[in-house]
Design a protein. Structure first.
Length: 493
């Protein structure tokens, strides 16, 4: 089981604030407080949420940070009151009164569409918003990435094999494989479980099986254990049974104490976006955008740690190639806000025309952005050199003879990358013949090409539609011109 990092002091303070609020708030007699209830007795101005077990921890953690002070950063005063899917009993709604606690994506969305739950503002959902009436009434807002995997017992040594293929998984759930030896495990009758009906995880899992050729579950598949419905992401069906298997959220499974389950991933790991469903007419309202929107709290860096504490990965915003905060009822765009550390290496070469500085920037994936070169605090290249194949270059024209210390600063143009810098010391001693006209001309051409790339990038960022497509083509040609000019500088050096 992976260990989640400790939350920041800000988050810890928010938890303490929530605990005080929960104790002090008046509660209906039938209300049974749950650890993932962020507020026991919300008021009408609050945004109230119910629904999915998958996302309840992530939303609870985010709510604590918002309620603990982050709301002021967005000019808001309302709290987020998100109620756990677990615990049963009733919840307190400000005008609807005491109502049965919804459990599951479908239950949350369905209750939200009734007059009895008009106080509920959003439904946590691990399931995309349906077409038809549900799609007409609700808007789905993606915010995080989850992965559904298969769980077997780790407490009692499971008879399941270490890996499963898609075809083997299908055979388990259409019941043509009824013993673990049929799929490469050790002898034992397979017990195939799925979460309770109405679970977004169950719907998503079944859709993956349908894609593998399943027409429907076989008669052996169970959604209860001795009459008790299978709660999604619970280890109860499998932890003490060597023959049991159930789909589960990987992130949520890693939060289960005691290392009670073994996860089977590989070919049977299925990525999905998770959502908050709101009424269609509410999506554009300022208060909903402040919390759920692409420029709102839930898609911000301030919420990333809280979402991770719930076992999920925050989706990237449209500005960073993702869909977080958009009105997108069903998406397969899974770009996340995982930060990539960059590293810059700087070299300096004496040329007749000056010192050629070359900054090579690398990371676990290739960073994008530009490089500014300095001597001391003096910026040498007002037009930052764009990275081309991971390298930014600049020739310092006619520096004085002697020792110079130069610094390269990489500035990313995508929030997923972190900036970095490096220095180099060069003892400049130019050849007696002076600068090469060919090199000076090549450098001038390179400076011009780099300036054009910088200008086009700004235009692309602001453009939309056909104009943006046209500008992107020009940008591609301009980047090629930088490559050609860089090669000319190198050849003339």
């Amino acid at each position: 089981m992976s260990v989640r990092k400790t939350l920041t002091a800000t988050f810890a303070a928010a938890v303490a604030t929530s605990a005080v609020t929960m104790i002090a708030s008046p509660a209906h007699a039938a209300y049974n407080p749950q650890p993932e209830d962020s507020k026991a007795a919300p008021v009408a101005a609050d945004l109230i949420g119910v629904g999915s077990d998958t996302t309840m921890i992530a939303l609870h953690q985010a709510a604590l940070v918002w309620n603990g002070g982050a709301k002021a950063d967005y000019g808001q005063t309302f709290d987020i009151a998100t109620f756990s899917a677990l615990g049963g009993g009733e919840i307190n709604l400000p005008t609807n009164g005491a109502k049965t606690r919804p459990n599951g994506s479908s239950d949350g969305k369905n209750k939200m569409r009734t007059a009895d739950y008009s106080d509920v503002d959003f439904a946590r959902s691990s399931d995309a918003v349906k077409t038809g009436a549900e799609g007409d009434e609700l808007a789905g807002i993606p915010f995080a990435l989850d992965t559904v995997v298969m769980a077997v017992s780790n407490t009692t040594p499971s008879h399941a094999p270490a890996t499963l293929t898609g075809a083997q998984l299908k055979s388990i759930y259409d019941c043509t494989a009824d013993n673990w030896t049929d799929v490469g495990g050790t002898a034992g009758p397979i017990k195939a479980y799925v979460p309770q009906p109405g679970s977004g995880t169950e719907k998503f899992f079944k859709a993956q099986l349908v894609a593998l050729g399943l027409s429907d579950y076989g008669s052996c598949v169970m959604d209860d254990v001795e009459g008790t419905p299978v709660q999604e992401h619970s280890d109860a069906p499998v932890k003490a049974d060597a023959n049991a298997i159930v789909p589960i959220s990987k992130g949520r499974a890693e939060l289960i104490p005691g290392n009670t389950v073994r996860l089977i991933e590989g070919a049977v790991a299925f990525k999905r976006a998770v959502y908050n469903a709101v009424r269609a007419g509410d999506y554009a309202k300022p208060e909903f955008q402040a919390f759920f929107g692409e420029n709102g709290f839930l898609c911000s860096a301030a919420a990333a740690e809280a979402i991770a504490a719930g076992g999920l990965k925050q989706l990237a915003t449209p500005a960073n190639g993702g869909v977080c905060g958009t009105n997108n009822d069903s998406t397969t765009e899974f770009a996340t806000n995982e930060v990539v550390q960059s590293s810059t290496a700087l070299t300096g070469t004496n040329l007749a025309a000056g010192v050629r500085l070359s900054a090579k920037v690398s990371g676990s994936s290739q960073p994008t952005g530009s490089v500014s070169f300095y001597e001391g605090t003096t910026l040498l290249n007002p037009n930052a050199a764009p990275l081309v194949s991971g390298e930014g270059t600049y020739v310092v024209p006619s520096p004085t003879v002697g020792v110079h210390t130069y610094r390269a600063v990489f500035t990313p143009n995508n929030a997923k990358y972190l900036g970095s810098e490096a220095t180099v010391t060069v003892n400049y001693a130019p050849p007696a013949t002076g600068p090469s006209p060919a090199l000076a001309a090549a450098q001038a051409q390179l400076d011009k090409a780099q300036a054009k790339v910088a200008k086009l990038k700004k235009q692309v960022k602001k453009a939309t539609g056909a104009k943006k497509v046209k500008l992107k083509k020009k940008l591609k040609k301009a980047k090629q011109a930088v490559k050609t000019a860089t090669a000319a500088v190198a050849a003339a050096s």
